[in-house]
Design a protein around this ligand. Structure first.
Ligand code: AMP
Length: 646
């Protein structure tokens, strides 16, 4: 195992790890001066990303910045995303696996690139036959079945932007997103399995339809459950399988899209506020996603790659579908859950499929830690060569656990920072170039200019908390918000003396080496005796305590600190552990951070995308009324926590 070298950062006992030399020997990007090279030629450097794609018409220029913040990447260029993700791989690897699907009940289906080509074409022909034209938005409300990436690519083929709504969202959320996107076409399914039970998705879609301002032209229904659930089809409703059979063998000429044309809209879930329809353009987005899939996740065509995120979120779009398929690799698509039928499900699948690159989220890693290292230890995970994480800050302890118990101590771990709005990764280490620092995301990627700034926009000193801001545009950036140019400008951008700056909304620190630690949303800050403390900083201190797996910190009206803590199974949740947690906070942050209450709980309340709902914990702490909790992934914990607090 590579122990790496000791770091010199002000943070104290920080450890720096060099990328393993056998990894570097085969990495996609190894040029140590890549950063300087991008800087010297910006924005032309981004040709390196765009030229990974096949263009129908070459772009005239790299960036048109005449009307900031409405930047146009690769103007004049024309391309089709489905050609880049499917057709162009047929010459060299038509029989290679593109998507290997594992259903919730252990069903398996494999699509080679040739199979994918056939079904994407049939689906595109079917959609067109139903009346879908270029620029019509098609809403997809499907679980993790192959029909989801297939219909996304079918939409891309005919130039119809997709609007994927996470399958677990409610009828109300679906209807809001259909209306807001002005979408008249829906692809959904009869239902899907939740653990043992068949769950009726179509009835949710029906309820959504009743709430719509307008009506749908056509609804396509995938038969996921067969005889277990028969949902009768009404007017303007079509069975997906019947449509595919009817159009099987047809080919649809891909529509050449302008680089700036809409590829998809994605409504951000968020833990607060009105959902925003984030729009991504075809050329810039696909270039940036393809480049980072290669440069950061180091994916190659001969990999077996697994991004565990649901396609209903941006990670699943960028690194579950578009990135890997554009690179031409083999991906795993898993419908199930990591603890069913047992807590070794993920490790069993990595072992059985010889997965080489695995990308997941800290929330999953913390669950794995909680369940115990015996689960990964019982499987052969030696096929893995790179691990990735995204979605939240990962504590040094969780990073080390992942590195050691999943990566066997010799896989680089890339902590990747990005947002729905950024489309693709902006901050991370390049695994073939940069040293890793557990708990720190890393530097901005080549070509990305990010700063940690204070309220006035001036860069803060190393170690000081500030705001993460991006001061140059990047190809994967949102091209705008659906129906809201003014909102786009107002919510994200500021014109300064040095040009336009994009505000990420995240708090961060940066160290002497330019490594950024992202502390989470800026509103996740509590004020204790007039000092502002980042909840993420407090939480990452708590999870360093032995036996602790997750923590959420909130403040009450008096500025008292409440820490909600979950532990590994079998750990005594007694006063000794309380003392340990409090000591950790005092040691890492200072005496001011000693919590007033520590509440042990079996789980923390989470959104469907796995983010901790601090706002709800705050309501519980303060004894406020809290609204409907059915949108949570685990509403049952609310009662448990409320009674513990009382
Ligand atoms: P979303 O737009 O839902 O994908 O969420 C984006 C937000 O997730 C970011 O603004 C951060 O607050 C958080 N986030 C994503 N990746 C990381 C990371 N690697 N480290 C810390 N926070 C992250």
């Amino acid at each position: 195992m590579d122990d790496g070298a000791q770091g010199t950062d002000a943070g104290g006992d920080e450890r720096t790890r060099q990328p393993p030399s056998d990894f570097v020997a085969n990495a996609n990007v190894t040029d140590a001066d890549v950063d300087a090279a991008f800087d010297a030629t910006w924005p032309d450097c981004w040709r390196r990303a765009a030229d990974l794609l096949d263009w129908e018409r070459d772009y005239d220029d790299v960036l048109d910045d005449a009307d900031p913040p409405f930047y146009e990447w690769f103007p004049g260029g024309e391309l089709n995303a489905s050609v880049n993700c499917v057709d162009r791989h047929l010459a060299e690897r038509k029989n290679q696996v593109a998507i290997k699907w594992i259903g919730k009940r252990g069903e398996r289906r494999t699509y080679t690139y040739l199979d994918l080509h056939r079904e994407v074409n049939a689906a595109a022909a079917a959609l067109r036959d139903l009346g879908v034209e270029e620029d019509d938005v098609v809403t997809l409300y499907l679980p993790m079945t192959p029909e989801l990436p297939i219909t996304m690519l079918a939409c891309a083929r005919i130039g119809a932007p997709h609007n994927v709504v996470f399958a677990g969202l409610s009828a109300e959320a679906l209807s809001t997103r259909i209306d807001a996107a002005e979408s008249e076409y829906l692809v959904t399914c009869d239902g899907y399995y939740r653990r043992e039970d068949a769950f009726n998705q179509k009835s949710k879609a029906d309820n959504a339809r009743l709430r719509l301002d307008g009506d749908l032209e056509a609804t396509v229904v995938v038969d996921r459950l067969g005889d277990e659930l028969r949902t009768p089809l009404g007017d303007d409703e079509y069975d997906y399988g019947t449509l595919i059979d009817a159009h099987d063998g047809e080919t649809v000429d891909p529509v050449a899209r302008d680089a700036g044309d809409l590829l998809f809209v994605m409504y951000t879930s968020g833990t607060t506020g009105e959902p925003k329809g984030v729009e991504h353009a075809t050329g810039g987005y696909l270039s940036h996603v393809t480049w980072t899939t290669e440069a950061v996740l180091d994916v190659k065509p001969d990999d077996t790659y697994w991004c565990a995120a649901d396609i209903g979120w941006i990670t699943g779009h960028s690194y579950g579908v578009y990135g890997p398929l554009s690179v031409g690799t083999s991906t795993l698509l898993f419908e199930g859950t990591p603890d069913y039928p047992d807590r070794d499900r993920v490790w069993e699948l990595i072992d059985r499929n010889a997965v080489t690159v695995f990308y997941t989220a800290p929330t999953a890693i913390r669950s794995f830690m909680k369940w115990g290292e015996e689960y990964p230890a019982n499987h052969d995970l030696s096929s893995l060569r790179l691990l990735g994480t995204v979605g939240e800050a990962i504590s040094p302890r969780a990073w080390e656990w992942y590195h050691e118990h999943v990566g066997g101590g010799d896989c680089p771990v890339v902590d990747t920072w990005w947002q729905t709005e950024t489309g693709a990764i902006l901050l991370a280490t390049l695994p073939g170039v940069d040293a890793m620092k557990p708990g720190k995301v890393g530097p901005p990627l080549p070509g990305i200019s990010a700063q940690v700034v204070d309220e006035r926009g001036d860069p803060v000193d190393p170690g000081e908390t500030g705001y993460l801001a991006i001061d140059r545009p990047w190809p994967g950036m949102l091209r705008g918000l659906r129906g809201g140019d003014e909102r786009y400008r107002r919510e994200y951008w500021e014109e300064t003396d040095d040009g336009w700056v994009y505000h990420t909304g995240d708090g961060a620190t940066v160290d002497e080496d330019g490594y950024v630690t992202v502390l989470g949303r800026l509103d996740d800050v509590i004020t204790v005796r007039s000092q502002r403390l980042s909840t993420a900083k407090l939480e990452s201190a708590i999870v360093e305590a032995e036996g602790v797996t997750e923590a959420a910190v909130v403040g009450d009206e008096q500025g008292d600190i409440y820490a909600y803590v979950t532990t590994k199974s079998g750990v005594e949740t007694d006063d000794t552990l309380r003392e340990t947690v409090a000591d950790r906070l005092e040691y890492e942050v200072g005496p001011i951070a000693r919590p007033d209450e520590i509440v042990f709980t079996t789980e923390l309340p989470k959104t469907r995308s796995g983010k901790i709902m601090r706002r709800l914990l705050e309501d519980i702490t303060r004894g406020n009324e809290f609204g409907d909790v059915s949108a949570l992934r685990n509403p049952e914990v609310v009662g448990e926590i409320s009674s513990a607090v009382e």
